[in-house]
Structure formats: C-alpha cells, structure tokens
Design a protein around this ligand. Structure first.
Ligand SMILES: [Zn+2]
Length: 159
C-alpha cells in the first residue's frame, strides 16, 4: 500500500480547519487527522469541535515529511528490523557492484545482526562510509549459490 504524503501547501495559512475539513483538504481519512494529533499536532484550543490553525498544520506536515525523508547518516545503513539507521557490525561493509558506477552496500546491523543494504554510487563510497574499509566483492550469486556453507559448520564442530 502506497503511503500518501499530504501536501502541506494545500493547507491555507490563515484558515482554521475542523477535523473533517482538514481531512478533506489533505485528502486523508479523519482518523489520520486524529493520528496527527496524537503525534503532536496541536488544536487551537480544547473547544468542540476541534479546530486546527492552518499555519500550525502546515508546519507540522512539513516537519513530518522532512523526518520521513531523512537519509541515513554517513557510516550507517537502514535496518528494516530496528527501523533505524544503524552502524555495520564490526565495521564490516561489502560493496557489490550492480552496474559500472553503482552497487549495493551490504552489512549486518550492529544492534540486531539483521542484514542491511543500501544502494550507493561507487564514487560516493568514501563519503557514505567514511573511515570504514568497504570490501569489494564480485556480484554474488543468490544464497543458494553457497551450498556448502552449512555443511562446513557441521564438520567444524568443536572438539
Ligand atoms: Zn537492526
């Protein structure tokens, strides 16, 4: 399901909106407006019906959109399990070239060890992963291309 991002500039600055009016203006469900309220969107006062000031709504939506677009900081990849940008475990990052000038950075999350990856341009590697030794690998076959990985583990049993 695509997440629709309301356009903050459809909200008129000097206009007060009730919940249904604001929902219609932003083309969202009324419940979404209530959700925004729980996330910190302040109504004008506690009166009923609730009214929201256009300027407040616009600032709220702009900040919210900016938060979503926040890119990973240098030295991090986005961990889908943590839902946060995380540093690579052991500072180990692999670069798998997919095209001549771009590829996939792969690492394990230092927090939960889930695999993370991030598209990157080869020219940007030093900027994206400063101070990290990015290991270049050949384009890897899919996991099934390493059939002996688990066998080795069994054979190397302790003792
Ligand atoms: Zn994680």
């Amino acid at each position: 399901m695509a997440v629709r991002r309301p356009n903050p500039y459809r909200v008129k600055l000097h206009h007060s909106y009730s919940v249904p009016e604001l929902a219609a203006c932003c083309d969202v469900h009324k419940n979404t407006v209530r959700h925004w309220q729980r996330q910190g969107l302040q109504p004008i006062d506690k009166g009923r019906p609730l009214l929201f000031h256009g300027g407040t709504v616009r600032a709220f939506l702009i900040e919210r959109n900016a938060g979503r677009k926040r890119p990973c900081l240098p030295g991090t990849l986005y961990c889908l399990r943590c839902r946060e940008a995380r540093r690579p475990a052991l500072d180990m990052v692999d670069y798998v070239p997919l095209k001549a000038d771009s590829g996939d950075l792969r690492a394990l999350c230092e927090n939960c060890e889930a695999p993370m990856h991030r598209r990157a341009r080869k020219a940007d590697l030093a900027k994206i992963m400063p101070g990290l030794a990015v290991r270049f690998t050949n384009a890897l076959p899919r996991l099934s291309g390493r059939p002996d990985a688990s066998l080795n583990c069994d054979e190397e049993g302790k003792g």
